[in-house]
Design a protein around this ligand. Structure first.
Ligand code: FE2
Length: 428
């Protein structure tokens, strides 16, 4: 064996598990593996998981926060306008440099697969060319999947249709769309029909920015699911955001969810992004804008969480740690039941991997030896603490390592000794 991790706790609750790695694959996974290895690491009591996966990101825009100015209203529409102003000034080198900087952050967080949308309504397709280069340069570290995303509208932008085809011809993996940004509801629905037809024709998957609005009558997910079934694309189509479902009438949703199940829609929520962007036209009460995660999970749909943005025109925060998205989802969706929190951990690991159709993902014999060791005792504590990633392993090779935090993170409450404790000790 090349490497053995001993004493792991897995996200499903199994503990005392040894994981043996050979030739970049998981060769054995059980308690008490007898074989020896070139390197052995004691991970007793530590949570060990397959890598984190971000199924919804915008790598072309990342790390542009403040350029050309800040989004002061905080709305999605100001974000789109800012991005439109910034695009002409983006050079190939700056796209690549920012993307590589971000990927460094991602690796440090154990985030080893990312689905990034890339804007195809830039006349030069500069972002597409840059991210195709990045996909190649980082492939030994991160699986980067690219979605052709017509930010200014597939039909609304005069170059939307033509550049979608060009981007796919250049090698972009997935077809994207933005129906709620088309001129009319009818054009939004028409864009869904045409993009699904294109996916069927080219044999590609689909991932739509779908109904990212507080308008309860934004129902493009209905057309997306119906077209998915009509064209036999079940399981290969993702609905990202689905924010309007938060505001929809319950009766309508009771009809919609069975249709989504029939289409096996991959649900991708973006909890941090939508808590920030949605409800901006409300006074009080203020809607949360995260889709109905609890109900969609309960219905058996595959639900995953993405970050959407890290320091760009749409969101000023986020760090490359998808556990932040899980943490926000627990709060925004009131998913505080023990099993619900564990489901939120799955939403940033195995569910996201399924949404992206990643091959060889998972902690099972025969899977890729892509493994993350956290300074946490279980999945719930990982969401609570978002702790150091002690080891990040890719194809059996350690690609990032962090020292354990000195404070005793595994205990509820505070470290053993603090300034506070010393200064408030009772006088002798
Ligand atoms: Fe997005």
């Amino acid at each position: 064996m090349d490497l053995i991790l001993r004493g792991a706790t897995l996200a499903d609750g199994r503990s005392g598990i040894d994981i043996a790695v050979k030739d970049g694959k998981i060769a054995a996974l059980e308690a008490g593996i007898g074989a020896a290895a070139g390197r052995e690491i004691d991970v007793t009591g530590r949570l060990v998981t397959p890598p984190f996966v971000d199924p919804h990101f915008h790598m072309d825009g990342t790390l542009t926060y403040g350029y050309p100015r800040y989004n002061e209203s905080g709305t999605l529409l100001e974000g789109i306008a800012l991005w439109r102003d910034l695009k002409p000034s983006l050079s190939h080198d700056w796209y690549v440099e920012r993307a590589l900087e971000y990927c460094d952050w991602a690796v440090g967080h154990g985030l080893l697969a990312i689905r990034s949308h890339v804007d195809t309504t830039d006349p030069t397709l500069g972002g597409v060319a840059a991210l195709l280069e990045v996909r190649e340069r980082i492939k030994d570290y991160i699986d980067l999947q690219l979605v052709a995303f017509p930010q200014d509208g597939y039909l609304r932008s005069p170059i939307g249709v033509e550049n979608m085809a060009k981007a796919l011809d250049m090698g972009v993996d997935v077809i994207g769309g933005i129906p709620h940004f088309e001129r009319t509801m009818e054009e939004g629905a028409e864009s869904m029909r045409r993009l699904c037809a294109l996916a069927a024709e080219r044999g590609l998957r689909v991932d739509i920015h779908c109904d990212e609005t507080d308008d309860p009558l934004s129902r493009h997910i209905e057309t997306l699911a119906a077209e998915t079934v009509r064209l036999g694309l079940e399981g290969r189509v993702a609905g990202s955001h689905l924010s309007s479902m938060h505001s929809m009438d319950d009766y309508y949703v009771s009809k919609l969810i069975p249709l989504m199940i029939e289409a096996d829609i991959q649900v991708i929520a973006n909890p941090t992004a939508n808590m920030l962007l949605m409800g901006r036209h409300d006074s009080y009460p203020k809607r949360r804008g995260m889709t109905r995660v609890k109900e969609l999970m309960a219905a058996g749909l595959n639900v995953s969480f993405g970050q959407d943005s890290v320091m760009d025109a749409f969101g000023s925060l986020n760090t490359g740690d998808v556990l932040d998205a899980a943490h926000m989802a627990v709060h925004a969706g009131q998913l505080s039941g023990r099993d619900e929190m564990i489901a939120c951990f799955r939403a940033v690991t195995e569910n996201s991997a399924r949404a992206m159709d990643l091959e060889g993902y998972g902690l099972e014999v025969g899977c890729n030896a892509d493994i993350v060791v956290l300074q946490a005792t279980d999945a719930v504590e990982a969401i609570r603490l978002r702790p150091p990633r002690l080891y990040v392993i890719r194809r059996g090779r350690i690609i990032a390592e962090s020292p354990a935090h000195e404070a005793r993170l595994d205990l509820p409450g505070r470290p053993e000794t603090t300034d506070f404790a010393r200064h408030t000790a009772a006088p002798k």
